[in-house]
Design a protein around this ligand. Structure first.
Ligand code: PBG
Length: 333
């Protein structure tokens, strides 16, 4: 039902846009630091800080720097960080065994953050690509990404991350049946309180390019990910996948990428009312940064406007490389 609107001139919608206090009173959507999840790239070493060329302002940090970033998140009111490892190429194999090594880089970073900054939630990434000599999110046999064998590997990875103290597991692999398999294994192992934020509607997108540079996966990857990630043309399929992952035991769901898929965010929120997140991915970040660096757009303004768009489309929160900058602006008022 639509609210009654007086016709012009009795109705003049500009009355409520006249001043900032009036605009604040009728604002429908709000963005706070509490809506943000900050993705961070981890690498080996100590006191290492390495720029990612295709993502200006984003760095790979050694574990000590990740702990400092977690402290920064806490101080800025950002509730969660999400860790992505840059794995030494020498540790990448076709069997991806490093993925479930309890002492791999990601698991060491989880432990360090939970020991030093327990008040910040740690989210992880579950997929084999950082550990795979062939660059895919799943195990490759004769050129095919095999589903069920990959799910077995992902379950081992999930258990190792839960054991290390992760609060939220983020399966980003797009295999079938992985949420149910992980949930059963977590329950059986006594990890009853570990949350799963499923990358449920993840599209085979060209917007992930800079991320693959950041985690060192670009060189390894042969071909594309279209046999497991979604076709950008599809919308009903996203609804089916989200419904399935919730039914299998996901606590929260994600749509990825973000800005080009806000229609999916709205449909998902309306259909399920579940905690819904979008990932403003590396290519989106890189585009806004590049345009701002050229002076073609106001960088801070487009950052805040793009993040508000996610909230308006029904998202409860956003994974974004802008998290600390946006939180600082929000706190400054
Ligand atoms: C890997 C993964 C990707 C991203 C998050 N996890 C890349 C991919 O699927 O190739 C992309 C994030 C980004 O672009 O910012 N499973």
């Amino acid at each position: 039902m639509r609210p009654t609107q007086a016709p012009y001139p009795a109705g003049r919608p500009r009355r409520l846009r006249r001043t900032e206090p009036l605009r604040a009173l009728v604002r429908e959507t709000h963005l706070t630091p509490g809506d943000l999840i900050w993705p961070l790239f981890v690498r080996d070493g100590t006191r290492v800080r390495e720029e990612v060329p295709s993502m200006p302002g984003v760095v790979r940090r050694s574990v000590d720097g990740i702990v400092e970033a977690a402290e920064e998140a806490r101080d800025l009111g950002i509730p969660a960080i999400c860790l992505f490892p840059y794995t030494d190429p020498a540790l990448k194999t076709e069997g991806c065994e490093e993925a479930w090594n309890p002492d791999n880089l990601a698991n060491r970073a989880i432990r360090a953050v939970k020991a030093a900054v327990p008040e910040v939630a740690v989210m992880t990434d579950i997929a084999l690509d950082p550990y795979n000599a062939l660059g895919h999110d799943g195990i490759v046999r004769d050129g095919v990404i095999v589903n069920d064998e990959t799910v077995d590997a992902l379950v081992k990875m999930a258990l190792a991350q839960a054991e290390a103290g992760a609060d939220i597991l983020g399966p980003s692999d797009m295999m079938d049946g992985r949420i149910g398999a992980m949930r059963r294994a977590l329950e059986a192992a006594g990890h009853t309180d570990v949350a799963i934020l499923s990358y449920a509607a993840k599209y085979a997108s060209a917007f992930y390019g800079p991320f693959r540079d950041a985690v060192g996966a670009s060189g390894a990857l042969k071909g594309d990910k279209k046999t497991y990630q979604m076709d950008p043309a599809n919308s009903d399929e996203a609804i089916r996948l989200i419904e399935r992952d919730l039914a299998e035991g996901a606590d929260m769901v994600m749509i990825k990428p973000g800005l080009a898929y806000l229609d999916i965010c709205r449909r998902v929120k309306d259909a399920f009312g579940a905690p819904t997140y979008a990932y403003q991915v590396s290519g989106e970040y890189a585009m806004l940064k590049a345009a701002a660096a050229n002076g073609w757009v106001d960088g801070a303004a487009v950052m805040m406007e793009s993040l508000m768009a996610f909230k308006r489309s029904g998202c409860d929160g956003i994974l974004t490389y802008f998290a600390p900058d946006a939180a600082r602006r929000l706190r400054a008022g």
